[in-house]
Design a protein. Structure first.
Length: 94
């Protein structure tokens, strides 16, 4: 079920570094080099597959990864997005 704006904002407070961007949440991760960035993308792919929920992934620069989460079939943010963000933070170290 799609979260209300107030509920999405409240849940966002428990996620370090994630920001609300319309009907999505977004976070940028910076790594020491390209290989670490790609290794992180692979870890994200594993947890996304387990959750059957997939972020938009942008690898840019040589060491940056931006993730965007929204639940397209619900038309916006759901608990699935916040749950996956927490799992991603777990594999990223923050």
């Amino acid at each position: 079920m799609k979260l209300t704006g107030e509920d999405a904002q409240r849940r966002l407070q428990s996620l370090k570094g994630w920001t609300l961007d319309g009907d999505a949440i977004r976070k940028q991760f910076t790594f020491e080099d390209f290989l670490q960035a790609i290794a992180f993308v692979n870890r994200v792919a594993d947890v996304a597959e387990e959750a059957d929920h997939h972020p938009d992934i942008l690898v840019h620069g040589w060491n940056k990864v931006r993730l965007t989460l929204t639940t397209h079939d619900s038309g916006g943010l759901t608990e699935k997005d916040h749950a996956l963000a927490r799992r991603i933070d777990g594999v990223s170290g923050g």
